[in-house]
Ligand binder design. Structure first.
Ligand SMILES: [Zn+2]
Length: 680
């Protein structure tokens, strides 16, 4: 929320249409110059722009000397390059506007639009600014009174944040360790501080094969600092002694290890990156994201090097590797776990649950006359994955611009707000018109949270909401093919078909099923929906490669024009659609796909994969036996019934997001659904 009081950002955004965009353009890659700029100075400035670009981008356009250097093989000679400003200047004004909104929302300035971040705040301010400029009214009345706003706030739960972390060895000379490099407090435990002796507990595993246990029966950990190795017993090469083939067995995970140590009531737990382990993760101190706490004591991760120093200072007889060897093959005549006698370590760790707030951006186009009480919702999610913190198919660490997903749909919602407002303004005052609510949803990627919150806390009664139109990825339309899904409501197909027919796009009907995006929240509440998404998926989805250069602006604008035609007709249509209840709940739907795995419910939630079918959907996506599925199709999955219900909404070829825990680590994959036998 800090962006609000940061003058610099505000002034930048108020410049958003003119100065800032221009400066941004000059300094970055090929993007839009506002058409107005191009037209009046096209010839003259073209020249200047080129020289400007050179200085800004340092690419040699050789405008000064006449002999251009030989262009690289596949780079067209400067003279052959399309001149962006000319292309934009010549483009349809709607394409120019779409291009501007898209380029800004997918720009690095928006930092991948992760809820709760500065980048997302900028994106929301931009959308709000555009809604205001279009003349849409603020939609949300704050419960504490005051004037209406364009923001509908909602809580995204809490984020566990480390506010204090300290480890000091008091064995002889005081040895303070450095947070962040030597160790990190994890969110696997609770806050606390303590001073105590080090209790070495090997790998912290109590139910290994052949009765292997890391714990000596008579060894109490109460009030002590438990030192435990990551993974499980390993051989000279640092590979597991227990798992057949690559990787670690299910016993190496944090959940089992922390649980076994914690129940012995130590004052704190330090998990050490095991020396010599053949796993790239031993160089990192991060653990899986802020899941639920597994221990009542603070749990730290410590680097191998720091643990070497700790053992050297506090034991002095054995090295860290000596301790590992003892844990790999505990000698029968020695205790499996023991204290480093005379050692003392002082620790402190404090985690605070910081509420994460998110906001839907809401603009209203009031209706008129007899139809004004009824509402059409036009929406799309504004959020994306930030730096790929979660949900990335590539892994965290890189900017995920989310140009197609869903800067394209958000730019569409902004444009539709402007187009439909203008349309309403041109119609005779007595024309009965429905109210249209434009929404940029937040937190869709983490589970349709914004749309679910809106449906539970609607601005207009859900029973009066006659249609929800959702855009999610309309940027990379291939061969003019757009997938549009309609609810099974009487007369809806007959109504929509002639409007589809007027579009130059090829409308692929309902190939993409109900779930997976914000319309699903409305569908579940009994609102008829229209959902548009690219018909042919690309492999840049949920990666850092989903960039604005790859967006087919013209095709996107055709999708927007189609949505305008549908919305404009629905705004005046005397009757509303009634959902076809004979279709019955989802359960009635025949199962068309097969997940290719057998699962069983776990008492603390999620489904354990007990078996995967060879070459089945799950195996192909990389899901393994022992994995714990916690999310499917962006929904939390606690029971098999919920899972099966979701499966019923899928079609062959759907790529469905699955999130699971393996060895305490959260993983995200996309499962391509294979057909169920005789699912023709
Ligand atoms: Zn999306």
């Amino acid at each position: 929320m800090h962006t609000n009081d940061c003058p610099q950002t505000r002034s930048l955004l108020s410049l958003s249409v003119g100065g800032w965009v221009r400066t941004f353009v000059a300094s970055a890659v090929i993007v839009a110059v506002p058409s107005t700029f191009a037209q009046d100075t096209s010839e003259g400035t073209a020249k200047s722009t080129e020289s400007a670009t050179e200085s800004a981008t340092g690419t040699s356009t050789e405008t000064t000397n006449t002999t251009p250097s030989a262009p690289a093989d596949n780079v067209p000679a400067p003279t052959e390059r399309p001149q962006i400003h000319k292309a934009i200047g010549a483009a349809d004004p709607l394409v120019q506007s779409f291009n501007e909104h898209l380029t800004i929302l997918a720009s690095p300035w928006m930092e991948g639009r992760l809820p709760g971040t500065r980048g997302m705040e900028r994106a929301m301010e931009y959308m709000e600014d555009q809604f205001r400029k279009a003349g849409l009214e603020p939609g949300f009345q704050p419960s504490e009174g005051g004037s209406k706003t364009y923001r509908q706030p909602f809580s995204l739960g809490g984020k566990r944040e480390v506010v204090e972390e300290r480890i000091t060895a008091l064995c002889g000379n005081e040895l303070a360790f450095t947070a962040g490099t030597d160790f990190k407090l994890t969110s696997l435990g609770k806050s606390g501080s303590a001073e105590g002796e080090i209790a070495f507990v090997g790998y912290g595993i109590e139910d290994g094969p052949e009765g292997y246990s890391s714990f000596a029966d008579d060894h109490s950990l109460e009030g002590k600092i438990a030192l435990v190795f990551r993974f499980e017993p390993m051989n000279e090469q640092g590979k597991s002694l227990w798992s057949e083939g690559e990787g670690w067995s299910g016993r190496a995970g944090f959940a089992g290890k922390i649980g076994a140590v914690a129940k012995r009531k130590p004052a704190a737990i330090i998990v050490v990156n095991t020396p010599g382990a053949n796993d790239p993760r031993i160089d990192s101190l991060t653990t899986a994201g802020g899941g639920r706490a597994m221990a009542d004591a603070p749990v730290f991760m410590m680097s191998t090097a720091a643990a070497e120093k700790l053992v050297a200072a506090c034991d002095g007889k054995r090295s860290l590797m000596d301790l590992r060897k003892l844990a790999d093959n505990p000698p029968a005549d020695q205790p499996k776990s023991f204290d480093l006698t005379g050692s003392k370590v002082s620790i402190a760790g404090r985690i605070e649950e910081k509420p994460v707030l998110a906001e839907n951006v809401v603009g209203v186009l009031p209706g008129r006359g007899a139809l004004a009480k009824e509402v059409i919702v036009i929406g799309g999610h504004l959020d994306h994955l930030g730096q790929g913190d979660f949900g990335s198919r590539e892994g965290p660490g890189k900017l995920h611009p989310g140009a197609d997903d869903n800067a394209s749909g958000s730019a569409g919602v902004i444009l539709l707000g402007d187009l439909l407002k203008k349309e309403y303004d041109t119609l005779p005052a007595e024309t009965p018109l429905r109210t249209i609510v434009f929404i940029g949803f937040s937190a869709e990627e983490s589970g349709l949270n914004g749309s679910r919150y809106y449906v539970d806390n609607p601005i207009y009664p859900i029973k009066d909401t006659v249609l929800m139109m959702n855009f999610d990825m309309i940027g990379r339309i291939k061969d003019g093919r757009l997938s549009v899904t309609e609810s099974s409501a009487k007369g809806m197909q007959e109504w929509a078909a002639p409007i589809y027919a007027k579009s130059p796009l090829t409308i692929v009907r309902g190939e993409r099923s109900g779930g997976g995006s914000d319309h699903a929240s409305f569908q579940q509440a009994g609102v008829p929906i229209l959902f548009a998404i690219i018909a042919d998926f690309h492999d840049d989805y949920h990666t850092s490669r989903d960039v604005s250069e790859l967006i087919d602006r013209e095709a996107s604008v055709e999708a927007i024009k189609l949505w305008q035609a549908l919305a404009s007709d629905m705004a005046r249509r005397p009757e509303r659609f009634e959902l076809d209840t004979t279709a019955g709940p989802m359960r009635a739907q025949p199962m068309r796909v097969r997940a290719g795995m057998r699962t069983r419910e776990l008492e603390d939630g999620g489904l354990e994969v007990v078996d995967v079918t060879k070459d089945g959907s799950a195996e192909k996506a990389g899901i393994q036996k022992g994995d714990r599925i916690i999310k499917w199709n962006k929904k939390d999955i606690a029971t098999r019934a919920e899972f099966v219900d979701e499966l019923r909404t899928h079609e062959v070829g759907d790529k469905v997001q699955a999130v699971f825990i393996r060895n305490g680590e959260e993983k995200t994959v996309y499962v391509e659904m294979q057909g169920a036998p005789n699912s023709q």
